[in-house]
Write a protein that binds this ligand. Structure first.
Ligand SMILES: [Zn+2]
Length: 440
């Protein structure tokens, strides 16, 4: 739902960023096509003393400051360009947060306390907490109420340097409230200059009223939710929580088939609580498999041969207090394309911060800072099918940039839980951060 109409109706003067200390272009390495794998994940394409010229919501020129300043477009329109001196700071492609659940109403504070007192994710779910405890409030909420909460989430993510967001429904679990959630995501997206990709997650959990009749619920997802969401153009992807206590492999195949029949892409939550067999799902060409805390060697070899992105969400492991994190090193070294995302949600990962996720990736999954940055930008774009528009700073791509008050890109994950994003350029519009005084 990238709202081309919205983008073209907005008047955005050209923006010129100059004196960038390190510009991380993430431009495509030579002889390379497809999501980043192995050593390519370390190729940031850094240009020092760089500049970027954006016009009409697109990046039009990238290079050394003195080169970009010679661009004929600048001579033609002197005085019309908004020039910003980056004073030696670091500029990255805006983060692509390719896995979020923003369509909720309240934080889940009772779950939080129960977990601190020793209850597990599954025990909390069995006691009536977990995903189901978010459902009632979403069913009761009006669409404007929901959209206001979603928009607040988008803004918080943007303050951390995120410019593209995948947003899932999944706390309604009726045809009406899932469609309401997707419509609320669309409303929020229309009021935010960034790019939003929406995903129907009707198969998040089996709702209480279908307890013991999960196949009837799957039928409802396939025969009503998916066709309606597709017909009303409310979703681009369909997601399934394929795990112990949620949906089976067979359920997932049925849902993927229904999604394909409606022309929607697919992705799945897999291997969070137990190992999910992945090979049977690969023929559906999922855009991503997300979580992957448990994955076997055979599936890792298979993933290395496909373009399905392994999206890791270490914020959830951190917040659930788990000792074990996804085996990023193993996946990367085997050639699996890896992305990083927040998994922003009220139960297991209430963080809007991609920089914090990068810190976790470095400290708990042993990813190098460069690998974490590529996973959070260009590979996130691949995970959403937006690789031609997002995730790198190259002429022709959308003007999505984040400027950080640091002088070495490795500081991005180093200053953990800090908020050093000074401002961002979002589809060509400048978004200043309330906490920052750096943009005069
Ligand atoms: Zn999730």
């Amino acid at each position: 739902m990238s709202s081309p109409k919205k983008a073209s109706s907005r008047i955005r003067p050209p923006v010129l960023l100059i004196n960038i200390g390190q510009l991380l272009t993430l431009r495509e390495p030579k002889q390379h096509r497809g999501p980043r794998r192995g050593k390519d994940l370390q190729e940031l394409g850094i240009v020092e003393d760089a500049a970027v010229l954006c016009a009409g919501g697109k990046i039009v020129s990238v290079g050394k400051t003195h080169e970009v300043l010679r661009d004929p477009r600048l001579k033609k329109n002197p005085g019309q360009v908004r020039e910003i001196d980056c004073r030696g700071q670091v500029v990255v492609p805006g983060f692509v947060d390719s896995h979020t659940h923003p369509a909720f109403i309240q934080p889940r504070l009772a779950d939080f306390e129960q977990r601190i007192s020793g209850a597990t994710y599954e025990e909390i779910a069995e006691a009536g907490g977990g995903i189901r405890s978010s459902v009632e409030a979403v069913r009761r909420a009006s669409r404007p109420e929901l959209s206001a909460t979603i928009l607040a989430g988008f803004k918080q993510m943007n303050e951390q340097g995120t410019t593209t967001i995948e947003a899932k429904s999944g706390y309604g679990l009726t045809v009406e409230s899932e469609l309401k959630s997707l419509a609320a995501i669309r409303d929020a997206a229309a009021n935010w200059p960034g790019t939003v990709v929406s995903t129907l997650l009707g198969a998040h959990t089996v709702p209480r009223e279908f307890q013991g009749r999960s196949s009837q619920y799957v039928e409802l997802v396939c025969s009503e939710m998916i066709p309606h969401a597709a017909k009303q153009r409310l979703a681009e992807f369909v997601d399934v929580f394929t795990d112990r206590g949620a949906f089976s492999l067979e359920d997932t195949k049925r849902i993927f088939q229904a999604a394909a029949a409606s022309g929607l892409g697919v992705r799945a939550h897999v291997g969070q609580l137990s190992e999910t067999p992945l090979e049977p799902l690969l023929p559906f060409e999922p855009a991503s498999f997300d979580h992957l805390d448990q994955v076997n060697e055979q599936d890792i070899r298979e993933l290395a041969r496909h373009n399905t992105v392994a999206t890791l969400v270490p914020g959830a492991n951190f917040f659930l207090g788990l000792e074990k994190f996804p085996a990023a090193r193993k996946l990367i070294d085997a050639g699996v394309p890896v992305a990083l995302a927040t998994d922003y949600n009220p139960g297991s990962s209430p963080t809007p911060s991609m920089p914090f996720v990068l810190s976790l990736a470095c400290t708990h999954m042993k990813m190098l800072p460069a690998e974490a940055i590529a996973a959070a930008t260009i590979n996130g774009a691949w995970a959403l099918g937006l690789e031609n528009r997002k995730g790198s700073v190259e002429a022709g791509k959308d003007a999505d940039l984040a400027v950080f008050e640091i002088h070495d890109y490795r500081e991005l994950p180093y200053w953990f839980a800090a908020s050093r994003c000074a401002f961002s350029v979002v589809n060509g519009s400048i978004m200043t951060n309330a906490s920052s005084s750096k943009l005069e």
